[in-house]
Write a protein that binds this ligand. Sequence first.
Ligand SMILES: [Zn+2]
Length: 323
Amino acid sequence: MYFNKNNNFFHGIMFHHFHDDGIHTKGQGSIDKDDFYKMINFIGRNNILDADIFFEKFKNNKLKEKEVCLTFDDSIKCQIDVALPVLEELKIKSFFFVFTSIFEGKPDNLEIFRYFRMNYFNNVDEFYNSFYQVLDKDLKTFFQDSNDKIKATKIKFSYYSIEDIKFRLVRDIFLTKSHYEETMLLMLKEKQFNYKDFFKKLYFQKDDLIRLDSLGHLVGLHSHNHPTLLEKLNYDEQKDEYKKCLSLISNILDKPKNEIKYMSHPCGSYNKDTFEILKELGIELGFKESMTIEPEKGMKKINNSFLEIARQDHAEIFKIIMN
Ligand SMILES: [Zn+2]
């Protein structure tokens, strides 16, 4: 049973990566078409609401305990290739939260780096080791100082290994974004990975967005550049992230901006400024990336505010099914 005493409240289910026999290779946390069917069955088809219904009920305070919606983050093509046919077959309309730099021909390298990590190393730890070698920095003190944070993160995201968490800390906190990217690009070069060919295969194109919209799925905001730690940005930088994202979606879909009212926080990162900005932009529903109450963010309860709706990572559900 998916629903139990730990998650008897409405929430979203968060999906990222899917794999198939083609370009979308199996990687950390990815699922295939059959896994996706299984998961929907396990949650219970009747508990899954169409995105527009979920939104309407949410606004009218009518959502029931066990009602969920499906959400897809990060504008990644495998969702179109693997998940969308299943959604269409089962007639489930979902939320797609997209970051928009990819539609300006300047995609973030997030997916390229992931593809590289998954396909050019025997396992992810081999990648981490190789990354630290190229980086060539003494990380001992940093890891020691981060000990509490590592432990806390492991509790919150049990599906991450300690090495996954350490790597993310180095990427998001120890390094600046440009230093991280430089290091990765060095590694790509070393392995002669010609990543420019991959953008189209790994990311949504404008047509994908238009198709999703015309099928009745709801496209929402997920920032412009997908910073891994948005809360580190100042007010103006954050505002720029979401304003650009909203403008581009509204342009591509040829829809007024005030019809786009939903979002999810990239990497679950936000602060008070973010809330102010999102309210100003007319956002009426925002999703987090976890099922926990975070007191350090001022949360007092689950689904604390309309911009802090919980989501269960699909990996957690998969773990329950497998046990
Ligand atoms: Zn994301």
